[in-house]
Design a protein around this ligand. Structure first.
Ligand code: GA4
Length: 324
């Protein structure tokens, strides 16, 4: 299955990896069925801006069905897939990420969640794929709501739905992305890794990520070092986004993350990005300030989102909104 042109060093970004990739055992784990979930979520958001969720109640079967439909889509001839593109910003995208020259070893579908996509996907299976997507997006929204309520409880702030109401709002600006990183056998050269999706933080409140059992996902720790997250197809991973960093006045940090392409196996991930309504003002919550100065200038989600589209992937987008 040749999906992307052969990598050449001019086109793609490589990272030197003189040491073999080792998986970190320190990724925070939150069991949603346990009473300590809220406390662990707050600690994980403070220390990592990232955690893994188990006992989430979403049947593996529903996830696997969507995953196999997605694999089917990505195995179509290039001309067929391109009928769903280009991603500007929504639809099928190949190599190009965003509008400003970022490139990765990736192809993807980027979709909004509040409108049906009328681009032609593929033949008779389209209805099945659409139906599975709809159910999955609904399940992600409910999980986001549960996690955000636990977060507010853990932070001891009222009302409990202070975060989740932004995602449950009919006008919420959530996105869904399916990323396919084809295996790239040429990679086993020179101890280098090809970047599948370059380092960045997510602009939204939180993102919920799920992938097949192929490695590649890495997060950056506070000291700037990178750790590899062991893949687990039955769990979900939560990223703190820039908007939540601002709402908590920097108590939670949005997590820098990236994906390295794999030499042997294709990776398929699905990410639900929880964005607030476009008109929503994003600012530190007064209940979390406790006499402290706000670290950020207030902005609307529309303003922030517009500025992200003018940025490169690795940019520190919140930098423009810091007060100091
Ligand atoms: C990163 C998080 C989400 O994937 C995304 C990305 C968006 C895009 O692919 O269109 C951006 C990127 C993301 C931030 C900076 C800009 C916009 C690509 C890019 C270079 C959908 C999002 O919301 O922001």
């Amino acid at each position: 299955m040749v999906l992307l042109s052969k990598p050449t060093s001019e086109q793609y970004t490589y990272v030197r990896n003189n040491m073999p990739i080792t998986f970190s055992s320190s990724i925070p784990l939150v069991d949603l069925s346990k009473p300590d979930a809220k406390t662990l979520i707050v600690k994980a958001c403070e220390d990592f801006g990232f955690f893994k969720v188990i006992n989430h109640g979403i049947p593996l079967d529903a996830i696997s069905q969507l995953e196999s439909e997605a694999f089917k889509f990505f195995s179509l001839p290039q001309t067929e897939k391109e009928k769903a593109g280009p991603a500007n910003p929504f639809g099928y995208g190949n190599k190009r990420i965003g509008l400003n020259g970022d490139i990765g070893w990736i192809e993807y579908l980027l979709l909004t969640t509040n409108q049906e996509h009328n681009f032609s996907l593929y033949g008779e299976d389209i209805d099945k794929f659409r139906g599975l997507l709809k159910d999955y997006k609904c399940a992600m929204r409910n999980m986001a709501c549960e996690i955000l309520d636990l977060m507010a409880e853990g932070l001891k702030i009222q009302p409990k739905n202070v975060f989740s109401k932004l995602v449950m709002d009919k006008q919420s600006d959530c996105l869904f992305r399916v990323n396919h990183y084809p295996a790239c056998p040429e990679l086993a050269i020179n101890g280098e890794n090809l970047i599948g999706f370059g380092e960045h933080t997510d602009p939204q409140i939180i993102s919920i990520l799920r992938s097949n059992n192929t490695s590649g996902f890495q997060i950056s720790l506070r000291d700037g070092s990178w750790i590899s997250v062991p893949p687990d197809h039955s769990s979900f991973f939560i990223n703190v986004g820039d908007s939540l960093q601002v709402m908590t006045n920097g108590r939670f940090k949005s997590v820098r993350h990236r994906v390295l392409a794999n030499g042997i196996d294709p990776r398929l991930s699905m990410i639900y990005f929880c964005g607030p309504p476009l008109s929503e003002k994003i600012a530190p919550l007064p209940s979390l300030m406790k006499g402290k100065e706000s670290l950020y200038k207030e902005f609307t989600w529309f303003e922030y989102k517009s500025s992200t589209y003018g940025s490169r992937l690795a940019d520190n987008r919140l930098g423009n909104y810091e007060r100091i």
